[in-house]
Design a protein. Structure first.
Length: 228
């Protein structure tokens, strides 16, 4: 499996992936100890209704054949110059998701013939879908067992769609050709002409119906999924 960091594929540097250590983001816990109460009062989900997380740390270990110390120093310097300290998207193989991460690069000489590169990612807790609901799907890489087709473009008004939410709770962006009313999870909101968001609309995991009412026109819903 190759790994792409930013616009660079590690295989193009001659790197061979030896190991991957994917960390798990820590939950931001919030508890309060109340006198006379057994245990602590857990307020972790009191504000959002779901847990939120800190960044995760992932570590990728590569090696490459160099043969000389000067070759190692030159290649390690080149890789650091392109990646170290930068915030870049990181894609594993043909995964439909990417990590948004701050990249750190370390290198060591293993022996006369081989050297090692260790890439550490300080990554957002969720990896994000490479495609939004407005992008065209690439059928060559589509996984019929795990991938979901989300096509929420140019929906006639009046009309409705079923929005399939991913693991990460997140909002969406509306693009309406005219002012419309959207009903989501039993509540109605006004959507103006053009681009807009509705802070109270949060797309969570599972299927949800969006109903649009108005005097004609179309509306598109831009949504990007995310998962661990």
């Amino acid at each position: 499996m190759d790994v792409q960091i930013g616009k660079y594929k590690m295989g193009d540097f001659g790197l061979k992936l030896l190991g991957v250590d994917l960390g798990t983001p820590s939950v931001r816990k919030s508890t309060v100890t109340i006198p006379g109460r057994n245990g602590a009062l857990d307020l972790t989900e009191a504000i959002t209704g779901f847990p939120v997380y800190d960044n995760a740390t992932h570590k990728l270990t590569f090696d490459f054949k160099d043969g000389t110390y000067s070759t190692w120093l030159s290649k390690a310097s080149d890789i650091r110059g392109k990646l170290h300290g930068r915030r870049l998207p990181v894609i594993f193989g043909d995964d439909g998701y990417y990590y948004d991460a701050r990249v750190s690069v370390d290198s060591s000489k293993l022996n006369q013939h081989y050297s090692q590169i260790v890439v550490t990612l300080d990554a957002e807790p969720y990896k994000l879908a490479r495609k939004t609901s407005l992008d065209d799907w690439e059928w060559d890489s589509f996984n019929f067992e795990t991938d979901i087709i989300r096509d929420y473009k140019n929906i006639p008004v009046p009309g409705e769609i079923t929005v399939v939410g991913d693991v990460m709770p997140t909002g969406c962006v509306f693009e309406a050709s005219a002012a419309v009313t959207v009903t989501y999870d039993g509540k109605s909101y006004q959507i103006p002409k053009g681009y807009s968001t509705v802070p109270d609309i949060l797309i969570t995991e599972g299927s949800h119906t969006m109903q649009f009412e108005g005097d004609g026109g179309t509306v598109s819903v831009e949504y990007r999924g995310g998962r661990f």
